[in-house]
Design a protein. Structure first.
Length: 348
């Protein structure tokens, strides 16, 4: 069925093959060589994050497994720590262990940001600490810049690398009074995604010091990631950096307006109450199955994709879904979104 409008970045009409090829044709010139977009992307990301080097990867999953492997071999340690709901552990079938023999230490409560005391409670020497900015699975919340600085400092002093899972770092920066380079300076290595906020097709970039990136380049080849024709992926990501990156603050402001309308309506509520980034969660007084059925009926009747999927809740009478505002999300007014959400029970 045709999706005419989408509040989800991952299912928007802007990502249709025809639309992407049309935009790509405007960006690539007759003088463009296959290696040019990848090289430009790596240089641009490294410069933006204040790192000496950066390396393109065909997926974020590969990039993060590689960098954890490099940190493990550098330190001689096999364990890393992160939030209990870190993407590496929840969404990637524990590839860090199956492929690289690494161990994961969940830090703190699964529904809250971890703190410095939570990190200090990990007694095993760590190769790295992973900081996901923002913490997607608990509503896109962010630690304060001061807390983040203290935690990354502790990691380094303990002999561990501080690694940033920046799949949504483009969005997270809007929640800080700091530049990308100032955020990047807190970390030894930073990974950024190319297909979420930038609306690329796929791919990632890993940034860090020259020695770490050189070792990562070896592991990228070992894992089959040194693809020869990566230029379309890089070119589309560069288009996203030009078009979407300057608008991240606008996306956050619209997310805040949506959340305010949802909370004022009274049927549902958001986490956080005031989003720090363009990402937040909506909590519904409905079961997960009813919410998904209602959303599917809404799509069939109107062509509107309200969310990708509903998330379960310990209370089976409740569920939640994620909102991540991008260009397609700007097409929805706050009042419209609140009304669509309030109307879900009638569509079950």
């Amino acid at each position: 069925m045709e999706i005419r409008r989408s509040l989800s970045q991952h299912s928007g009409p802007r990502k249709s093959p025809f639309e992407l090829v049309r935009r790509l044709a405007e960006h690539v010139t007759p003088d463009t060589r296959p290696e040019d977009p990848v090289r430009e992307l790596e240089h641009r990301v490294a410069r933006l994050l204040g790192k000496p080097r950066a390396l393109f990867f065909p997926s974020g999953t590969m990039a993060q497994q590689v960098v954890l492997r490099v940190h493990a071999e550098r330190t001689g340690r096999r364990a890393f720590a992160g939030h209990p709901q870190t993407h590496l552990h929840v969404w990637e079938n524990q590839g860090y262990n199956a492929l690289h023999g690494l161990r994961f230490h969940p830090v703190g409560d699964r529904n809250e940001l971890f703190g410095l005391d939570d990190l200090k409670a990990v007694l095993e020497p760590l190769a790295a600490v992973v900081f996901e900015l923002p913490q997607r699975d608990i509503g896109g919340v962010l630690p304060t810049f001061g807390d983040l600085a203290a935690q990354t400092k502790w990691a380094r002093q303990s002999g561990a690398a501080a690694h940033c899972d920046g799949a949504r770092l483009w969005e997270a920066q809007t929640g800080y009074d700091a530049t990308f380079a100032e955020i990047g300076a807190l970390f030894d290595t930073v990974y950024v995604s190319l297909y979420k906020g930038l609306e690329g097709v796929r791919g990632a970039v890993l940034a860090g010091d020259a020695e770490t990136i050189e070792q990562a380049e070896v592991w990228r080849r070992r894992m089959g990631g040194a693809i020869a024709d990566a230029w379309p992926l890089a070119a589309i990501a560069l288009m996203g950096m030009d078009a979407n990156l300057p608008r991240m603050a606008e996306f956050r402001q619209h997310a805040q307006a949506l959340a305010e309308a949802i909370n004022a309506d009274g049927f549902a509520h958001t986490t956080p109450d005031v989003p720090a980034t363009p990402l937040f969660h909506v909590h519904l007084p409905m079961s997960r199955r009813d919410a998904q059925r209602a959303a599917q009926n809404l799509l069939e009747e109107t062509g509107i994709k309200l969310f990708l999927y509903a998330r379960s809740n310990p209370d089976p009478r409740r569920c939640s879904f994620e909102v991540s505002v991008g260009i397609s999300g700007l097409e929805f007014t706050p009042r419209e979104v609140a009304e669509l959400i309030r109307g879900l029970p009638s569509r079950v």
